[in-house]
Design a protein around this ligand. Structure first.
Ligand code: AHR
Length: 508
C-alpha cells in the first residue's frame, strides 16, 4: 500500500492562480442577511457588516466573490438594491421562494468586498432581462461619471467606479429550474449580443459564458459546443458547476468525487478546443469553475417554502459538514489546482451559512465548519507553480467511477522563495496509506510542517458549541532521507506537507 510520487521543479502545469480560491455570496437563505450583513449584531460595523465573519473570511483566504447569484440572479432587478435603503422595495425571489428586502445591494456588496479584501465578480440577469439591463449595471458599476447611471452611483455616495473586471453572463441557463431557462442556441445568441455590447463599454472585461450545471446534464457537451461556437470571439471563460454528496452510503464513490471533477474539466477543455479548431481561432477559452462543493440537496435543509409563505432569510441549505466532506473538499481543490492550465478561476459555493465553510447564529457567534480547514490551508500555502504529480500506487473499485487511485496529491513550488507544498488525500476508508515522494530534483529540501485532518469517526461534524475538537493536527512520522520524503496517511484524511528548498537564482 505505498504510493510513489516524483516532484520536479521543472515540470510545472502552470501558475497557482489566486482566483482559484474564490467563493460565492448569493441572496439565498442566510448567506447575506444574518450572514455577512446583520446591522443589529454586536460585532456589526458602521455598514452593518459582521466583523466576526469578516475576520473568518480573511482567514479562509478567499480571493474573488461571485455575486448576487446563483439562481437568485435570474429574476433580480439590481436597481432595487441601490439608493436610500428605506425606499427599496421588497421583492419575491422565485428561485428560493423567499422575500428580499433589498437592504443589501450592489453598493453594500462592493463596500463589503473592500473590507474583506476580495475581488468582486458580478453575475447579470439573463433570465428575465437582457442587453439593456446588463449595460445599465455595467454603467452604474464601471463608468467614472458624466452619464445618468454613473451619476446615480455618485449621488448614492460612491465617487469612484468599481471597475469590476469579471462578469458572468447569467447563471445555469441550461437548467430547466432556472427562471428564463434557454436552449443552447437561444442562450448562445443572447450571451454573444450581451457580451458584444458590454465590450463596447469596456473591451477589456473578462466575460464568462454559462456552461453546464453539472456533468450529468443531458445537454453537457452539446451545450458548450453550441454556446461557444456562437460566442467564441466575445467571451473568455466557460463556467462549470458541480456538487457532490455521499449517496446511499456509498462512501467509496463519494471520496473519489475529484475523479469525476477531473473528467468533467477534461471534457469541457476537449469541447472548447474542438470549437477552437472548427472555428479556426487562436485564443483558448478557459474555465471559470464558479460553483463547486459538497451539497446534500435531498436533505430537509434544502427544502424551500411553498404557497403564500415567502420568508425573509430562511434557514436554507445549511448543510453540516463532516470530516469525510472536508476530505472531499480538499481533494476537489487538488483537482482544480492540477488543471490550473485551463481552470483560471473557481468559486467555492457558498461562503456563509448556505453550504458554507463559515456558519453564524443571528445575534450569536460565527464558527468554522470542517471544510474551512483544507480550503484555508491550501489557499495560504499553494504558491508559485503547480507541479505535475505523477502517482503510482494502490487503487480501489468504486461503484460510480470504476477503478480509482487510493491516494491523490498535488504539489506547488515557489521558485523565488523555495517554498514547496504537497497536498494529499487518502481515500481508503479503513487503511493507512504509505507514501514515498522523490524530491531529488530539489536543492536541500527540509520539512517545515506536516499536518493532517482526519478523525477515527469520519462522520464527526462541527457545531456552534464545538467547532474545534477536530481540526488539523500534526502528521507524525514524516521523514526525509536523501531527498526522499516518506510517511503514512490515516484513512479518510487530507494532509499538507510544507518544505523549504533553496530558492532559484535568476540564472537557474
Ligand atoms: O449554490 C446553490 C445553487 O446551486 C445556485 O443558486 C445555483 O446556481 C446552483 O444550482
Amino acid at each position: 500500500m505505498t504510493a510513489r510520487i516524483t516532484l520536479d521543479p521543472d515540470f510545472s502545469v502552470g501558475p497557482v492562480r489566486r482566483r482559484t480560491f474564490g467563493s460565492f455570496v448569493e441572496h439565498l437563505g442566510r448567506c447575506v442577511y444574518t450572514g455577512i450583513y446583520e446591522p443589529d449584531h454586536p460585532s456589526a460595523d458602521e455598514n452593518g457588516f459582521r466583523t466576526d465573519v469578516l475576520e473568518l473570511v480573511r482567514e479562509l483566504g478567499v480571493s474573488t466573490i461571485r455575486y448576487p447569484g446563483g439562481n437568485f440572479v435570474s429574476n433580480y432587478r439590481w436597481e432595487d438594491g441601490v439608493g436610500p435603503a428605506d425606499e427599496r422595495p421588497t421583492r419575491l425571489d422565485l428561485a428560493w421562494h423567499s422575500s428580499d428586502p433589498n437592504t443589501f445591494g450592489t453598493d453594500e456588496f462592493m463596500a463589503w468586498c473592500t473590507k474583506a479584501d476580495v475581488e468582486p465578480m458580478m453575475a447579470i440577469n439573463l433570465g428575465t432581462r437582457g442587453i439593456q439591463e446588463a449595460l445599465d449595471l455595467l454603467e452604474y458599476c464601471n463608468v467614472p461619471g458624466g452619464s445618468h447611471l454613473a451619476e446615480k452611483r455618485r449621488a448614492n455616495g460612491v465617487e469612484d467606479p468599481y471597475r469590476v473586471k469579471m462578469w458572468c453572463l447569467g447563471n445555469e441557463m441550461d437548467g430547466p429550474w432556472q427562471v428564463g431557462h434557454k436552449t443552447p442556441d437561444e442562450y448562445g445568441r443572447l450571451a454573444t449580443e450581451v457580451a458584444r455590447a458590454m465590450r463596447m463599454v469596456d473591451p477589456d472585461l473578462q466575460l464568462v459564458a454559462c456552461g453546464s450545471s453539472h456533468s450529468r446534464m443531458p445537454t453537457f457537451g452539446d451545450w458548450e459546443r453550441i454556446v461557444l461556437t456562437e460566442s467564441y470571439d466575445y467571451v473568455d471563460y466557460i463556467s462549470a458547476h458541480v456538487y457532490y454528496f455521499e449517496e446511499d452510503g456509498d462512501l467509496g464513490s463519494f471520496l473519489a468525487s475529484a475523479v469525476n471533477m477531473d473528467r468533467f474539466i477534461e471534457g469541457i477543455v476537449a469541447t472548447a478546443d474542438a470549437v477552437r479548431t472548427a472555428t479556426k481561432r487562436e485564443k483558448r477559452i478557459n474555465i471559470s469553475f464558479d460553483e463547486w462543493n459538497v451539497w446534500y440537496q435531498k436533505r430537509a435543509e434544502s427544502k424551500v417554502s411553498e404557497g403564500d409563505d415567502w420568508p425573509v432569510a430562511p434557514r436554507l441549505l445549511e448543510d453540516r459538514y463532516n470530516v469525510a466532506d472536508s476530505v472531499v473538499v480538499g481533494n476537489l481543490l487538488i483537482s482544480l489546482l492540477r488543471h490550473t492550465d485551463r481552470v483560471h478561476a473557481a468559486s467555492l459555493a457558498q461562503l456563509v451559512n448556505v453550504i458554507a465553510p463559515i456558519m453564524t447564529e443571528p445575534g450569536g457567534p460565527a464558527w468554522k465548519q470542517t471544510i474551512f480547514h483544507p480550503f484555508a490551508l491550501t489557499s495560504r500555502y499553494a504558491q508559485g507553480d503547480v507541479l505535475a504529480v505523477p502517482i503510482v500506487g494502490p487503487t480501489y473499485e468504486t461503484e460510480k467511477y470504476g477503478e480509482v487511485a487510493v491516494l491523490d496529491a498535488v504539489g506547488t513550488h515557489d521558485k523565488a522563495t523555495g517554498d514547496l507544498a504537497v497536498f494529499l488525500v487518502n481515500r481508503s476508508q479503513t487503511e493507512s496509506t504509505d507514501f514515498r515522494i522523490n524530491l531529488r530534483a530539489f536543492d536541500a529540501p527540509t520539512v517545515v510542517e506536516a499536518v493532517q485532518l482526519s478523525n477515527p469517526d469520519h462522520t464527526w461534524h462541527a457545531t456552534m458549541e464545538d467547532s474545534t475538537s477536530v481540526v488539523p493536527q500534526p502528521l507524525d512520522g514524516v521523514s526525509l532521507d536523501e531527498g526522499v520524503l516518506t510517511g503514512s496517511l490515516p484513512p479518510v484524511s487530507w494532509s499538507m506537507i510544507r518544505l523549504s528548498t533553496t530558492p532559484a537564482t535568476d540564472a537557474s
